[in-house]
Design a binder for this molecule. Structure first.
Ligand SMILES: Cc1cc2nc3c(=O)[nH]c(=O)nc-3n(C[C@H](O)[C@H](O)[C@H](O)COP(=O)(O)OP(=O)(O)OC[C@H]3O[C@@H](n4cnc5c(N)ncnc54)[C@H](O)[C@@H]3O)c2cc1C
Length: 353
């Protein structure tokens, strides 16, 4: 006998886990399948990604209790932002006072977001997470979806949601096309300490062929994102710590004083992806598998979080009305709403230089 679930989620990244958590408490049996180990999910390693969260994202996280699980010293308010062009000392400024807000947004390390959602999911009786489970194939028909693991096991579900990265294999297996843009640019991300305060203000410095973004963390520490042509990436990733420190100081024209690298530099080649459909028969794409944005937009996870909430709401309404949760009618509500948001508000990140 094959095991059957109401919803099967492929991938326990932040999108898959947040979707699973949104389904917590509903009269549904939910299974999450994840390639990595249980230890990786319960104690994820720092990966250099510091996620700028919007107020909407914070509210979504609060509603399900994930926000409350973040350690206080892991959340940094972004109270202002300054954008510089070249060597000019003039900047385009954004501040929370003119927006009448406590903060423009909040910076939280990606690994803490993943940990918070994993802990929340673990409290939900209707959700099971299976680790070290690699999905090899997926297919669907009118009645249900079928997932084949590398172990050969087949599991069925009324709805399958793929949250398996921007390079989603499941998207391809389901025959859903996507538009990819390879920027031939690479982001080198790291944490740095500095001698001058950042006043909780983010800096974005555009120089010829290179962008340096600085996002305020707690104390005199910031997340630094250097974006360069991919052919030059190794130069910044491999240069001595001393040379890197001086290089960033120069780029910031001393605004933050002396800079010191903390920990390692992480390298992310930049490819943006927008799936041309978000749903197929008994199948939905969520998170980066639906829309993987350029990190400079600081929107990827915000959009993924919003999308999973839209899909979860459509499913909850379907249950209330006694409708099939995997029907085209239900999935189209998600696709129409999320497609409009991703195209109108964010351009899918595909247009960023
Ligand atoms: C440098 C950088 C900075 C960023 N900054 C921001 C920001 O400021 N704001 C923002 O909103 N976003 C930001 N983002 C984007 C954000 O990190 C992503 O949108 C988010 O992590 C995507 O989550 P996901 O769950 O869709 O995918 P992933 O995090 O890629 O997770 C996918 C999961 O699926 C699993 N998986 C894959 N294939 C299989 C399989 N076949 N079987 C089982 N499991 C599988 C993987 O192991 C993984 O755990 C940034 C990204 C980068 C690179």
């Amino acid at each position: 006998m094959r095991e059957h679930f109401d919803i099967l989620i492929i991938g326990a990244g932040p999108a898959g886990l947040s979707f699973a958590r949104s389904l917590g408490g509903l009269p549904l049996k939910v299974l999450v399948l994840e390639r990595s180990s249980q230890a990786t999910l319960s104690e994820p390693l720092e990966d250099g990604r510091e996620i700028a969260l919007t107020h909407l994202s914070v509210n979504i996280m609060k509603e399900v209790g994930a926000w409350q699980r973040l350690p206080k010293d892991g959340v940094s308010p972004i109270e202002g932002a300054k954008v510089f062009d070249g060597e000019s000392s003039y900047s385009l400024d954004f501040d929370r006072d003119s927006a009448d807000l406590e903060a423009l947004g909040y910076l939280v390390p990606n690994h803490l977001i993943r940990k918070a959602f994993y802990e929340e999911v673990a409290t939900q009786k209707n959700i099971e997470v299976r680790t070290e489970s690699v999905v090899e194939n997926v297919s669907t028909d009118d009645e249900c979806g079928y997932v084949t693991l590398t172990s050969g096991e087949v599991i069925t579900a009324s709805l399958i949601a793929a949250a398996d990265t921007r390079f989603s294999e499941m998207r391809r297996k389901m025959g859903v096309s996507a538009t990819l843009r390879d920027f031939s640019r690479t982001a080198i991300v790291c944490r740095m300490e500095h001698t001058r305060p950042h006043n909780q203000t983010a800096l974005e410095c555009f120089h010829y062929g290179r962008t340096t973004a600085v996002l305020p963390m707690q104390g005199k520490r910031s997340s630094v994102v250097v974006t360069v042509n991919s052919r030059d990436a190794h130069k910044y990733a491999d240069m001595s710590e001393e040379a890197f420190n001086r290089n960033i100081e120069k780029q910031l024209q001393g605004m933050l004083g002396e800079m010191t690298l903390l920990g390692q530099r992480h390298v992310y080649p930049l490819v943006a992806v927008h799936a041309n459909q978000f749903v197929a028969k008994r199948f939905a794409l969520i998170g980066d598998a639906a829309v993987g944005m350029h990190p400079v937009t600081a929107h990827g996870f915000n959009l993924g979080l919003r999308g999973q909430a839209t899909l979860a709401n459509a499913i909850e309404s379907a249950i209330a009305d006694n409708r099939d949760i995997g029907s085209e009618e239900v999935l189209k509500i998600y696709e129409t709403t999320h497609m409009r948001i991703s195209r109108d508000e964010c351009c899918g990140g595909l247009v960023h230089p």
